[in-house]
Design a protein around this ligand. Structure first.
Ligand code: NAD
Ligand code: 2HG
Length: 524
């Protein structure tokens, strides 16, 4: 049974996939109400009220996935989640239209003083001259950040006959042309726009993007909107330009600190606000809840998620295609880690044949996770494997080759240690399964699973028989045995598989034979 904690207000109807799943036990409580049970949850679903800190992650020892029912993940410590192997997902599409519509509504309200007019009438005033507005028609709208919401807003603005200018360093000129907008530098946009609205994520680059210096480049009488994240427009700077009359008005849905209390912007009549309502529609809340509910269920049941922040996103079809190879590389990594008993500096993997056309980054992550699992005392998976490898100074890389050695696919891994190099090659054979076909330059053929002994010995008559007899005398049944050598009378290897773990004492007694060079136990 999977334990799922829904810590914020998320649409019940949208959570139906989880509520109806027979393998899920869903709890709707704030984190503070279940302090004693935090270590039991497999999944945590939040909106923006819960902040997923490193401290919370430490308490949630069993946590595998954090889902944000919405776009912004700035309330989740992504680095700390990744470090712990916790997948972070969001629902990036479900509230785009609602937020674009809300921004448009704020823009129209701002230039026509609708909120102020409403307050005035309800105060029994009839002061029509105080609320003379401005048309949107033929005005220049500057959109900073032209992703999902920015581009939806542009469509609506164009329908109102506005000229749309955009600034987005990641937008190509051809896409801007296709969407019928004028792509400018930030300075040019600031100089030309009558109304400026921000739609970027909040990052170290966008925090305070509109500040005292950049706002000074705007037209006198400009209107500003922030329906993205508090802090993209610096609040102190905006207050300053409102105070001196340079900025004519502002519409703010999001604040640096929410709820805002002593925020200077709240003192201006020409500032209209909403309490972070961009995504607050029935439709958006249903969409985002459904999106994360399906994704969390899929993830818990071992399937790919559709929108992950710290894992490559794979379709079900691609996930199914790569699964045999991720299992294979996990095993190859585990064999390597146990055979190569020394610190490693570099892991290099070469893909050939059908596997080379797949999402190899993900397959390499599985390899690293199989390798590292046997070396460190914390949970490693595809989410945190590359981060942990980097932390430990292990470099890794991928190559593609066309040498399939006669197989449909080949994965070769070479590990460089301080004193030596070790390699392993595997393949996945349809209807037959994963096979290791070469180990440390010895051709061999074994199924990487269970309890194994990897024995290096001199190639001479009687060694194989002696090992078999010694194990038989100890009443140990050999399940399979594969042998390999490079040349007659030289070094040779045996790979034995067993139905149970082989004890240290047995290994020590086998090592007594003079022909045996090394014996390595491998547990898969
Ligand atoms: N008010 C709300 O309730 C609400 C609801 C949904 C989303 N949001 C917020 O709206 C914002 C936009 O969401 P979205 O879904 O459109 O995201 P998105 O990822 O689709 O678009 C963001 C765009 O910003 C651009 N960008 C990134 N860094 C930039 C920079 N330094 N300068 C200029 N552009 C930059 C990106 O290239 C991208 O095109 C996010 O901050 C999100 O959290 C708010
Ligand atoms: O949960 C909300 O209502 C806000 C969502 C919004 O800020 C988002 O980033 O998706």
């Amino acid at each position: 049974m999977y334990e799922v904690l829904v810590a914020d207000s998320i649409s019940n109807e949208g959570l139906a996939p989880l509520l109806e799943a027979s393998n899920v036990n869903l709890t709707r409580k704030k984190v503070t109400e279940v302090e004693d049970l935090l270590h039991t949850y497999d999944a945590l679903l939040v909106r923006s009220a819960t902040t997923v800190t490193e401290d919370l992650l430490d308490k949630m020892k069993n946590l595998k996935i954090v889902a944000r029912a919405g776009v912004g993940v700035d309330n989740i410590d992504i680095e700390a989640s990744t470090k712990r192997g916790v997948v972070v997902i969001n629902a990036p599409n479900g509230n785009t239209i609602s937020t674009a519509e809300h921004t448009f509504a704020m823009m129209a309200s701002l230039v026509r003083h609708i909120p102020q007019g409403n307050i005035s009438v309800k105060s029994r005033e009839w002061n029509r001259s105080a609320f003379v507005g401005t048309e949107l028609n033929r005005k220049h709208l500057g959109i900073v950040g032209f992703g999902r919401i920015g581009s939806e807003l542009a469509k609506r603005a164009k329908a109102f006959n506005m000229t749309v200018h955009v600034y987005d360093p990641f937008l190509t000129t051809s896409r801007a042309e296709k969407l019928g907008v004028d792509l400018l530098s930030l300075d040019d946009l600031l100089a030309v726009a009558d109304i400026i609205t921000v739609h970027t994520p909040l990052t170290k680059d966008t925090k305070g993007l509109l500040n005292r210096e950049t706002l000074a480049k705007t037209k006198k009488g400009v209107y500003l909107l922030n329906c993205a994240r508090g802090g993209i427009i610096d609040e102190e700077a905006l207050a300053y330009y409102l105070e001196i009359g340079h900025v004519q008005g502002a519409a703010i849905d999001v604040f640096e600190v929410e709820p805002p209390t002593d925020n200077p912007l709240l003192n201006f009549d020409q500032v209209i606000t909403t309490p972070h309502l961009g995504a607050s529609t029935k439709e958006a809340q249903l969409n985002v809840a459904e999106d994360v509910a399906y994704d969390v269920l899929r993830f818990l049941e071992g399937n790919p998620v559709s929108s992950s922040i710290n894992l490559p996103t794979l379709s079900k079809d691609v996930f199914e295609k790569i699964q045999p190879f991720t299992s294979l590389t996990k095993q190859l990594g585990a064999v390597l880690s146990q055979c190569m008993k020394e610190p490693v500096q570099d892991i290099s993997v070469t893909y050939a044949g059908t596997v080379a056309d797949l999402e190899t980054t993900y397959i390499t992550r599985s390899l690293l996770s199989g390798f590292l699992t046997h070396r460190i005392d914390r949970s490693v998976n595809e989410v945190n494997a590359s981060m942990i490898a980097k932390e430990r100074g292990i470099t890794f890389g991928e190559k593609i080759s066309d040498n399939t050695q006669g197989y449909a696919n080949i994965i070769e891994v070479v590990v460089k240690g301080e004193s030596r190099t070790f390699s392993i090659t595997g393949t996945y054979i349809k209807d037959y399964g994963p096979r290791v076909i070469n180990i440390d330059s010895f051709d061999i053929d074994f199924y990487p699973e269970g309890h194994l002994l990897y024995i290096r010995h001199t190639d001479q008559p009687g060694v194989i028989g002696n090992v078999g007899k010694a194990l038989g005398d100890l009443d140990i049944n050999i399940a399979t045995m594969q042998v390999g050598r490079k040349q007659k009378g030289g070094e040779a290897i045996m790979m034995l598989t067993f139905d149970r773990l082989i004890e240290d004492a047995t290994i020590e007694s086998l090592k007594q034979a003079s022909e045996i060079v090394t014996i390595q136990r491998i547990e898969l």
